[in-house]
Design a binder for this molecule. Structure first.
Ligand code: TAP
Length: 456
């Protein structure tokens, strides 16, 4: 089934830490068929028992937080503090959706001549395709509501970051989930991922990754009218009005983009500052950038670790060529890892590549704007629409600009845009559908309508 193995590399050192099997297409087919066979039983598990199993799964994950976090530090270069939060997020998402099976209500709709009721029914085998930037949370955002709705789940982690996904698959079995209910398949996207997208027994693809791959998956899925949820790229705006608390806005701006070394689809990588506050904001931003501790990610004090690979670091560095004005940079270690310093650039205008394209690294661009209307126009001048922040003391302006910005997740005087209890997803090329929040099961269920004649 495994045609070969691939190396797993520690991005902080560049050294291979282990290898994992690379499944081939027949191996993926066999796993999909096993997941389909398991679906027949899993959908019949009573709602209370399904909830109980998900709660037990959450507890087993809770007991493994230290182990999962250490794996993520080594495999993905995430800081230890972030990695612990990410493992805790898996636990919390499982807990949140463990309450869902017993609340997957249908409706009774008044009609003439009888009773009309609806049922929420599972789809079958659901595939969750996970990118390398947040291997644990993104896995859980698809997996937990899909399982709660009664589907079986096949997870395809990114080729370079499989370790926590493999361990979470083992923890599911330890928690008592039956064989075949959650399966983790390691291998290449172009082989295993492609097979999952094309296989007729997979009834839904929950994909997070690049807009390019997501677009191809949507086109292929259309051939089978296969359901898709897409969470794709971003180029989010951090809009700072002159009336804002500039100290807070500047102090928080670095980690709104440099967290996870900028490898975050929600990274606020475009800072828009109202012109009267522009010089002062840049003055305040400089020490905040200098204070970002870029170091060994296993260090408890690390704010930022390395990038995921040498190739990705080269891609990021190419955005800051000689034509780009660098305002200032933070520090980064040398050595064999894939390090890149936090970098603030001042583009010549909104047409510059570094302003328009998703860098997916620790590079932030700053431009000035004049007034609310221009702020929204500049924020919306992108193919993306995932998140964004608005800094102002004027509540009316905060609401007007929130309504004007075309993005799925906005925060006012804050950069927090992801919570498991609130919906998450993108406008425009940032995606299709929503994850998390109270309605997530809708994306993993069909609605069946049944009319019962009471007159005949
Ligand atoms: P991709 O190259 O798109 O890879 C994402 C996942 O898709 C990986 O598991 C990959 O497997 C798999 N894949 C690749 N080709 C495939 C195919 N033909 N069929 C099925 N699966 C395939 O993205 P990435 O480089 O990992 O992640 C970076 C991008 O993801 C950024 O653009 C970022 O904005 C976006 N992202 C978005 C979000 C949200 S929530 N909107 C969150 C995180 C990341 P392999 O690794 O084996 O190639």
């Amino acid at each position: 089934m495994a045609s070969s193995v691939s190396d797993v590399v520690d991005p902080a050192t560049g050294r291979t830490v282990t290898t994992v099997p690379q499944l081939d297409a027949p191996g993926a087919d066999a796993a999909i068929e096993a997941a389909h066979a398991a679906f027949a039983e899993w959908r019949r598990v009573s709602p209370a028992d399904r909830g109980r199993l998900l709660r037990r799964f959450a507890e087993v994950v809770d007991g493994a937080i230290g182990e999962l976090a250490a794996l993520e530090v080594r495999n993905s270069g995430h800081t230890i503090a972030n990695a612990r939060w990410e493992a805790g997020n898996v636990r919390d998402v499982l807990h949140y959706y463990s309450a869902a099976p017993e609340r997957a209500f249908g409706r009774q709709i008044p009609v003439a001549g009888g009773v009309d009721i609806t049922f929420q029914e599972p789809l079958g085998v659901v595939c969750v395709v996970v990118p390398w930037n947040f291997p644990m949370p993104i896995l859980s955002w698809g997996m937990a509501p899909a399982l709660a709705a009664g589907n079986t789940v096949v997870v395809k982690p990114a080729e370079v970051t499989p370790l926590t996904a493999v361990r979470i698959g083992e923890l599911a079995l330890e928690a008592g989930l039956p064989d075949g209910v959650l399966t983790v398949l390691t291998g290449k996207g172009s082989v295993v991922g492609d097979r999952l997208v094309r296989h007729p027994l997979v009834r839904k693809i929950c994909f997070t990754g690049s807009t390019e791959v997501g677009t191809g998956i949507m086109a292929l899925a259309a051939e089978q009218v296969k359901r898709v949820t897409l969470e794709l790229g971003g180029k989010s705006a951090n809009i700072v009005f002159a009336d804002a608390d500039l100290e807070r806005a500047a102090a928080s701006a670095p980690m709104a983009v440099f967290d996870n070394a900028g490898q975050d689809c929600c990274a606020r990588s475009r800072i828009l500052v109202e012109r009267p506050a522009y010089d002062r904001f840049l003055e305040l931003l400089e020490p905040a950038v200098a204070a970002v501790r870029v170091t060994d990610p296993s260090d408890e004090d690390a704010d930022m670790g390395p990038l995921i690979s040498a190739a990705h670091r080269d891609r990021v560095a190419a955005y800051v060529d000689d034509s780009v004005e660098v305002a200032y940079r933070g520090e980064a270690p040398g050595g064999d890892g894939f390090w890149y310093p936090p970098t603030v650039v001042l583009p010549g205008g909104a047409g510059d590549r570094v302003w328009r394209e998703e860098v997916f690294g620790p590079v932030v661009s700053v431009l000035a704007f004049d007034g609310e209307e221009e702020a929204a126009t500049m924020a919306n001048d992108t193919q993306y629409g995932l998140s964004g922040s608005i800094w102002t003391r004027d509540v009316g302006r905060a609401l007007r600009v929130s309504r004007a910005v075309e993005a799925g997740n906005l925060s006012v005087n804050s950069h927090a845009s992801v919570r498991y209890s609130t919906p998450f997803g993108g406008y425009k090329s940032s995606g299709l559908g929503r994850e998390l929040g109270p309605d997530a099961l809708d994306a993993f269920s069909e609605t069946k309508n049944v009319f019962i004649d009471t007159e005949g």
